[in-house]
Design a protein around this ligand. Structure first.
Ligand code: MTE
Length: 332
């Protein structure tokens, strides 16, 4: 992120972007497409986790996880108001700085060792626990949720995640009344996760740690993903378990989580330590608050054109469109 290049397509005039009302109301959005002779199924709208994947080449296919059958789609989160991003794009355009400083880390990330995996949960809780992956999926019923995803770098996708609400884990470990914040630590082993080539210049604060207020973790939207597109998580997306917080910028969604700690004080977090002025602890999607180096009022839709420079541009919406779930967390 520190060296994000701002492509010229972001600088479209307001008139060039589709007006918010033309895409945000899903009914009208679909009606417009149907009127134009484009079937919803062609866009993957009626098939959570079934976005067209025909173009996936064998090398990418090998990185995809194993099928997760019989996962119940959560009816409240069946669509993201836009077509699901095709996996061929989502799984080859990633941020995972442990494996490099470009978007093209999907092959490097295959070095991540995920079996066995343990997740240690402790700090200010009545029931500290160390879960293995089987414990997690046995204890917490899996569901599928289609969420919009907005990166602070102003690109966006719609992803069908599989996982369980963070709230379920919260109830299992029972935080004490002193717990006000939660930290989430990602896997780190310098022998496996070399970091970007420019690491030595920056002295990056590994491991990647993210944090939430405890009320944010308890929010209905906050989710741990163990899969996507009907399968277990590919390593490039943060296998075997990562955070998904659709109203916040994507960097809040730590990948490959090994440790969760309940705390009295706000934890130091990765991007916030690197550049506090650019990457806030709260990091909610707020189109009116520009990043110091670029506007946050629009987003480029991943995979909507032949290359990132001609991806379609859409307006960004406050809390990424999830205000009805989260606005009260921020006194709005
Ligand atoms: N988690 C870890 N451990 N390391 C990272 O570099 N990048 C973040 C987030 N989680 C990151 C991470 C950023 S900046 C984004 S936008 C999302 O992961 C990207 O998720 P995706 O690659 O699954 O789309």
């Amino acid at each position: 992120m520190p060296f994000t290049h701002i492509p010229p397509s972001w600088q479209l005039p307001d008139s060039a972007a589709t007006p918010e009302t033309a895409f945000w109301n899903r009914r009208r959005f679909i009606k417009t497409l149907v009127g134009a002779g484009i079937g919803a199924s062609a866009l993957g709208l009626n098939a959570c986790g079934q976005a067209r994947n025909g173009d996936i080449d064998p090398a990418l296919r090998q990185t995809l996880g194993r099928p997760l059958n019989s996962v119940r789609p959560n009816p409240d989160f069946r669509d993201g108001g836009r077509p699901i991003t095709e996996q061929v794009h989502a799984s080859r355009y990633n941020n995972f700085y442990e494996f490099g400083g470009t978007k093209n880390i999907w092959q490097n990330a295959q070095k991540l060792p995920t079996d066995p995996w343990t997740l240690e949960v402790g700090g200010l809780v009545n029931n500290p626990r160390t879960y293995d992956l089987a414990d997690l999926t046995r204890r917490f019923p899996l569901e599928e949720r289609v969420y919009r995803f907005r990166c602070v770098e102003a690109w966006a996708m719609v992803v069908p995640w599989i996982g369980f609400p963070m709230r379920a884990l919260l109830e299992d470990v029972e935080p004490t009344s002193d717990a006000k914040f939660v930290s989430f630590t990602s896997f780190y082993d310098p022998k496996v996760t070399p970091g970007p080539a420019w690491e030595f210049a920056l002295n990056l604060p590994w491991p990647y740690v993210e944090g939430l207020r405890i009320e944010e973790m308890a929010n209905e939207l906050a989710f741990f993903a163990v899969g996507l597109y009907g399968r277990t998580l590919p390593k490039q997306h943060g296998a075997p378990i990562r955070m998904v917080l659709p109203w916040k910028y994507g960097f809040k969604g730590g990948k490959s989580i090994v440790k969760i700690e309940f705390l009295r004080e706000q934890p130091a977090t990765y991007w916030n330590m690197i550049s506090p002025n650019e990457y806030k602890f709260e990091a909610n999607v707020e189109p009116e608050v520009p990043h110091p180096r670029w506007s946050q009022s629009r987003e480029r839709i991943v995979g909507s054109g032949t290359n990132p420079f001609n991806w379609e541009v859409q307006p960004t919406v406050i809390y990424n469109g999830y205000g009805e779930y989260v606005a009260d967390l921020y006194g709005v």
